[in-house]
Structure formats: structure tokens, C-alpha cells
Ligand binder design. Structure first.
Ligand SMILES: Nc1ncnc2c1ncn2[C@@H]1O[C@H](COP(=O)(O)OP(=O)(O)OP(=O)(O)O)[C@@H](O)[C@H]1O
Length: 692
């Protein structure tokens, strides 16, 4: 019986072995058949199918005993490898899915693939995941949106032009070296100047026009009669903005058209208003105007607050007895500072801007930065007519009869004037705005405040000035053009050495006829005292250097006297605050010294521009304290100007003779200071005392 059982089990095991052999044979033949059918390449999908197949086989043979599995160790190993292979290949499998289910374009597909591969790398799924999935449906991928990508940064040139007036971007560039000889006789269609004006210019020694004048005169005086009209109610004239280097003749560029056009007037009205930032400039422009307009019968007035308000009123307005709708003026041209102008607009009866033909804003960037009483908005409003609301009021009844004419744009205000013509159109003010500066602003906000009409920009700038760096026009990048014959230098030294450097420049570099700029009026007067001490210590001869301070601390009359002495070369050095850093034109200034370095490029441009004017040569020196050197250089660099400023090194040997003589003298003469508060008894303490 036992034997029977044993023989049965042997038969059983033999049968199983046969079955297994058959299974392996079948499997081998299947594999060979597949291999011969499929291309030889190692296709991942195929491999995967194989794996699936094998998996299925694996499932088929699940009824095998563990022993059999053990005996089939190589088979299990193969299975395991296949599983790992399947796991590795999963991203491709998923890609296949998304490809087959997405209707989106190829680009989108590649996006999907990338995302999935990335996900796979970041957080691999458990290996069994695909197999445990019960769903027969392939996994739908979520609709995928393109990932947000950063747009390419726009080029600097585009960014710099954002928000700017297109007229500024398309400014007319004028070559600074262009000149136009003045023809004394006959017509001159090139400039539009009358023979009389040209003769006057020649009398004044002006034989040719400078670049800015050659560009502006034809534009303002043009050949058409309309351009020369006193009123242009239906033809709006273009406003003009001019950026031209210091000393390039901007004043004449507006004075000549004013004189030329206003000379045709019959009745006196206030037709040209010139606004300037300081009294000194008002006086200077007045001199130029009077010289050019001599014999033309034009009346020129000034309002700066130098005289009493009542006195100015009596100089400006002819009739203050009753309100005249057309205003009343004793002057054709008014030159003024903005503060006093607002005083007259608000407080002087019959002071009216309705007849203005020209509104000139010189040193425009400086004036636009001044928000004093919102002066610009008030001036612009006064050039416009307000709509007539009620024809008959107590006020209009008392309106005096027309003894002074109304400007065309203001005619509707008067009840008795009821002009209905074929051309019964709205009439615009005839005021043309002209802006000038060596450092004209491109700030859209500031320019917008001017309410410019179809402006035309002129920029006087050398072609060699690397006109556009990064495609950004110089005027927009605040790279200002300097006078061609100007030589610029800087001396970097310690702060206490600055006075010595100044004495060195005066005595060893023959700096005379110089403007020396300090940061404040107080610094200017202290430096004058120091200089006088020094001169007393060093000059044995009878020719000491004469030094004076010039700042707003001085009364106007004293300032005028000092300026006249300086012009007469009786004063050799004028130590001044920035009061005269803009616009002042003194032809013999051969040197400018910035004793305190300027902190912004505009100030630098205007200070150094007091020399090398009208084509002359000149030297500018800047004393830069060591701690300021980095800032100063980067300021120049960003203005594209660093290469033009030459660094001059001054050794102790150069100043040895000056310092010993000076320090001895200072020790004797220095005024008593509380000893415990004074750091050292050095001459520098006189200039800028250093207290602990
Ligand atoms: N065509 C010319 N021929 C000779 N000299 C001239 C001519 N035009 C102007 N000038 C002289 O050039 C000097 C500088 O002129 P102006 O004061 O108008 O310069 P600017 O451009 O206004 O300078 P800034 O920007 O410093 O105010 C003046 O002395 C002026 O008389």
C-alpha cells in the first residue's frame, strides 16, 4: 500500500515535471516567434509588452508550488529585472498615454512630457502602482496649461523711452560747430532776420550766428507771414524746447525773434514774457535785449522784487484806475522772476497776459523744479481765456468802456463786442512757449505741466559725443554736451588739504579771473577770510590776489558793485555760492574751481559752463574729498563724462612752500575758539570747523 502510494506520487511528480517542461518549451517557442516577428531594436514598449506577457505567464503559473518557483530561480530573477525595467520606463509609458488622449498640438505635448518626466524624477511612484490599478481604462492625464514663462526683458532703449513725448524722442539734432555768416545787406531768407537787425548785430561785433541760432531763427521767423503775426488765433504755432550747451548763445536765439516780430506792433501790450530763476539773470537778459532792440521802440520792463511793489506796478501798468478787460501795459516785454510775476498776476489791476505772443522759460529745468505758488499753472491759466458765463452782472456793468483792445481769444468776454463772422470759430491764444536750458529735463511729468502744443525739440549736440549709448538719446539719458574748448580736471585730496590745493592753483597754476564755487554762502565768506589770511602771510610784493565773496547774503547793490569790479578785473577771484552757477555770462572767466564738489551732474554742467563760453577756452577744476571721490566719479561716469575729466595729482613737494608759510601765519592770526572744542589749530579749521 505504501509502495502503491509512493509509486503514485512518483507518477504524479513525473507528470508535473513533464507539464513544466511543456510549459517552458511553449514559452521558449513564443519568445522566439516574437523575436523573429519584431524588429531587432530594443523598443521600450516591446520590452514592456514582454514584461506584461511574462507577468501574465507568471500569473498563469501561480498554481506552481514554492519549490517549483525556487527551482525556477532564474525565471524569478528575470521577472524581477523586468519589473524594474518597467518601473524605469514608466515616464515613457505615461507619455504614451498623454499623447494618445490629448488633442492639443505638439508643443503642448512636449510640455506634458517634460512635466511628467520632471515629476517622475522628483517623486517616484511606488513600483507596484501600475499593476495594482484596477481600471482597464488608460489613465487620463489632466489638461495641462503651458507653464508661465518670463517674457524677454525689453531693451534698455525701449524702457528709457517709455512715457516720453514722441517729439522729444525725434528731436532735431544740431551740430554745435555749424555757423552762418551774417549778410549785412539785402534779404536773408536763411535766417528770416531783417536787414536792420543784421546791421545791429554787426555793430555789436556779431558776424555769424551760432549753431542754436541757425536752427531756431528760421523755425521761428520762417518765410510765412503767419509765423510773424502778433496774433495767430486760428494757426496754432508749435512750442519749442531747446537743449544746447552752456555759452552757446541761447539768449540771442530767443531775443532776436522777439525783437523781430514785436517790432511790427502798433499798440503796446505785454507780448513777451521772459521768466528766469534769479535777479542777476534778469538784469543780464535785459542788457542783451536792450542792446539788440535799440532804436526799435520796444518797451522793456523788469519785475524781480528789487524795487517796491508799487514802483514796479507803476512801471508795468498804464492805467490802474478801473478794470480794463483788455488789460493795460506800459511794456512790450517783461523779464521777471517767477515769484514777482505771481505777485503782479494776483495783485496788479490790468496786468494781463492775454496778449502774450511769447512765453520764454530760460533755465527751464531749474524753473520747472520750483513749485513756488504753483507759478506755472497760474501763468498758463492767465494766457487762456475763461468762458463768459453771465453777460450782465454788477461787475460787467461797472466794466469800463473799451479803451484798450481785447485779444482775439478774449473777445467773447465783452458784451458789446458781438462779432459773428463767417469764420466764427473758437480762437486760441497766440502764445508760443519757448523753453531753454543746457540741461533740459526729459521728465514727462514736468514737461506735461507746460501743456506744450505740438512741441518741436532742438538738441545741440556733437556727433562725436557718442550720440546714443544703448540706443538711448543723450538728452533722455542726461548726458549733456559740454563746450568744446573746455578742459576739465579734478584733484582728489583729503578735506583739510582743500584750502592748500586752492592756493596751489592760484599761485602755481596762475588761476585768475576765476569763479570759485562753495556749497553755501557761509562757506564762501569763510573761505574769503581764510584766503585773506593766507595772502597776508605770503605776498611780500604789492600785488596781492583780490578775493571777494558773492552770495545771496549780500544786498543787491553790493552784489552788483562786486560783479562790476570782477568784470573790470579788479577782483581776481569771486568766491560764490551756486547763485551764479547758472546763466551768468562773464566773458573773461578763464577758470572755474568747484571748491566743494557738486552733488549732481546738472550743477556740475552749469558751474563749469561759466568758462569756455562762446567758443573761448577755459579750465574747470574740481576739488574732490577722498570720501566723495567714488560718488563723484560714478556721477561723471553715468553721465558719460568721466573720460573728459583729467585727474591731477599734487604731491606734498608741490605745496611745501605754501603750507609752511601759511600754517605759521594761521597760528598767529586764527581767532580764539574754545580750546577744548577745537580739534587742531590748522588752517582747515577756519574753513570748515570740526567740532567733536
Ligand atoms: N552769434 C554770436 N556771435 C558771437 N558771440 C555770441 C553769439 N551769440 C551769443 N554770443 C555770446 O556768447 C555768450 C554766451 O551766450 P549766452 O549767454 O546766450 O549763452 P547760453 O547758451 O545762454 O549759456 P547758459 O546756458 O550758460 O545760460 C554771450 O556773451 C553772447 O554775447
Amino acid at each position: 500500500m505504501v509502495e502503491g502510494i509512493l509509486s503514485n506520487s512518483v507518477i504524479d511528480s513525473k507528470a508535473k515535471t513533464k507539464a513544466k517542461t511543456r510549459y517552458l518549451k511553449r514559452k521558449k517557442s513564443r519568445r522566439q516567434a516574437r523575436k523573429s516577428a519584431a524588429p531587432k531594436q530594443n523598443n521600450t514598449a516591446q520590452r514592456h509588452e514582454e514584461t506584461d506577457e511574462e507577468d501574465r505567464s507568471d500569473t498563469e503559473s501561480e498554481d506552481h508550488t514554492p519549490r517549483e518557483r525556487a527551482s525556477n530561480g532564474s525565471h524569478s530573477k528575470e521577472l524581477k529585472e523586468t519589473q524594474e525595467g518597467g518601473r524605469e520606463e514608466r515616464p515613457q509609458k505615461k507619455r504614451k498615454l498623454s499623447f494618445s488622449h490629448s488633442e492639443e498640438g505638439e508643443n503642448c505635448m512636449s510640455e506634458v512630457e517634460e512635466v511628467e518626466v520632471a515629476n517622475e524624477v522628483d517623486s517616484p511612484l511606488p513600483a507596484a502602482a501600475p499593476r495594482t490599478s484596477k481600471s482597464p481604462e488608460p489613465q487620463m492625464s489632466l489638461s495641462v496649461f503651458p507653464l508661465p514663462t518670463l517674457p524677454d526683458a525689453p531693451p534698455k532703449s525701449i524702457l528709457a523711452l517709455q512715457g516720453l513725448d514722441q517729439a522729444l524722442v525725434e528731436a532735431e539734432v544740431v551740430n554745435p560747430s555749424s555757423r552762418l555768416p551774417i549778410i549785412p545787406k539785402g534779404d536773408d531768407p536763411r535766417t528770416g532776420l531783417s536787414e536792420r537787425t543784421r546791421r545791429r548785430l554787426i555793430e555789436l561785433g556779431i558776424t555769424e550766428l551760432f549753431a542754436v541760432q541757425t536752427a531756431l531763427l528760421p523755425f521761428l521767423l520762417g518765410s510765412s507771414a503767419m509765423r510773424r503775426s502778433l496774433y495767430t488765433p486760428f494757426d496754432l504755432l508749435q512750442d519749442v524746447c531747446v537743449s544746447a550747451p552752456t555759452g552757446s548763445g541761447k539768449t540771442l536765439a530767443y531775443v532776436l525773434p522777439i525783437v523781430e516780430i514785436l517790432s511790427t506792433r502798433i499798440v503796446t501790450h505785454l507780448r513777451a514774457l521772459i521768466v528766469l530763476p534769479t535777479r542777476d539773470l534778469v538784469m543780464q537778459v535785459r542788457e542783451t535785449l536792450e542792446a539788440i532792440a535799440k532804436g526799435r521802440g520796444l518797451k522793456i520792463g523788469v519785475a524781480t522784487g528789487q524795487h517796491s511793489f508799487a514802483h514796479e506796478q507803476s512801471q508795468l501798468v498804464a492805467d490802474m484806475s478801473a478794470k480794463l478787460s483788455g488789460g493795460s501795459s506800459k511794456v512790450d516785454i517783461l523779464i521777471c522772476t517767477p515769484g514777482r510775476l505771481i505777485d503782479h498776476l494776483n495783485g496788479t489791476l490790468n496786468f494781463s497776459l492775454q496778449h502774450l505772443r511769447f512765453l520764454i522759460i530760460d533755465e527751464a529745468d531749474r524753473l520747472l523744479a520750483q513749485s513756488f505758488q504753483d507759478w506755472l499753472a497760474q501763468v498758463l491759466a492767465a494766457t487762456q481765456s475763461s468762458p463768459r458765463v453771465v453777460p450782465e452782472t454788477a461787475e460787467t456793468k461797472t466794466l469800463a468802456p473799451i479803451c484798450d483792445s481785447l485779444a482775439p481769444a478774449f473777445l467773447h468776454l465783452h458784451g458789446e463786442v458781438d462779432l459773428h463772422t463767417d469764420i466764427d470759430e473758437k480762437k486760441d491764444p497766440s502764445c508760443q512757449k519757448l523753453l531753454f536750458s543746457a540741461t533740459l529735463t526729459s521728465d514727462p511729468g514736468k514737461l506735461a505741466a507746460l501743456d506744450l502744443r505740438n512741441p518741436k525739440y532742438f538738441v545741440v549736440q556733437g556727433l562725436s559725443d557718442e550720440s546714443e549709448i544703448d540706443g538711448i538719446p543723450n538728452i533722455i539719458a542726461e548726458r549733456f554736451t559740454m563746450p568744446e574748448a573746455l578742459k576739465e580736471h579734478m584733484i582728489i585730496c583729503e578735506a583739510p588739504q582743500k584750502p592748500l590745493m586752492l592756493f596751489h592753483l592760484v599761485h602755481n597754476h596762475s588761476v585768475r579771473n576765476a569763479l570759485v564755487f562753495t556749497k553755501s554762502s557761509e562757506s564762501a565768506s569763510r573761505l574769503v577770510r581764510l584766503f585773506e589770511f593766507f595772502e597776508a602771510a605770503t605776498s611780500s610784493s604789492g600785488n596781492p590776489i583780490v578775493v571777494r565773496s558773492y552770495s545771496s547774503d549780500l544786498p543787491t547793490n553790493e552784489r552788483r558793485t562786486i560783479l562790476e569790479k570782477f568784470k573790470a578785473q579788479e577782483v581776481h577771484l569771486l568766491i560764490c555760492s551756486d547763485l551764479i552757477s547758472r546763466g551768468i555770462d562773464i566773458s573773461h572767466v578763464s577758470h572755474v574751481v568747484s571748491y566743494d564738489a557738486p552733488v549732481d551732474i546738472r550743477k556740475y554742467v552749469h558751474r563749469v559752463g561759466r568758462t569756455a563760453r562762446a567758443g573761448r577756452t577755459g579750465d574747470a577744476w574740481t576739488l574732490v574729498e577722498e570720501q566723495e571721490a567714488h560718488y563723484f566719479k560714478s556721477m561723471l561716469r553715468s553721465a558719460g563724462h568721466l573720460e573728459r575729466v583729467q585727474r591731477v595729482r599734487i604731491s606734498e613737494k608741490d605745496t611745501a612752500s605754501l603750507s609752511s608759510a601759511y600754517e605759521m601765519r594761521v597760528l598767529l592770526d586764527i581767532p580764539a575758539e574754545p580750546p577744548e572744542r577745537v580739534r587742531t589749530v590748522a588752517f582747515s579749521d577756519l574753513v570748515e570747523p570740526c567740532y567733536y
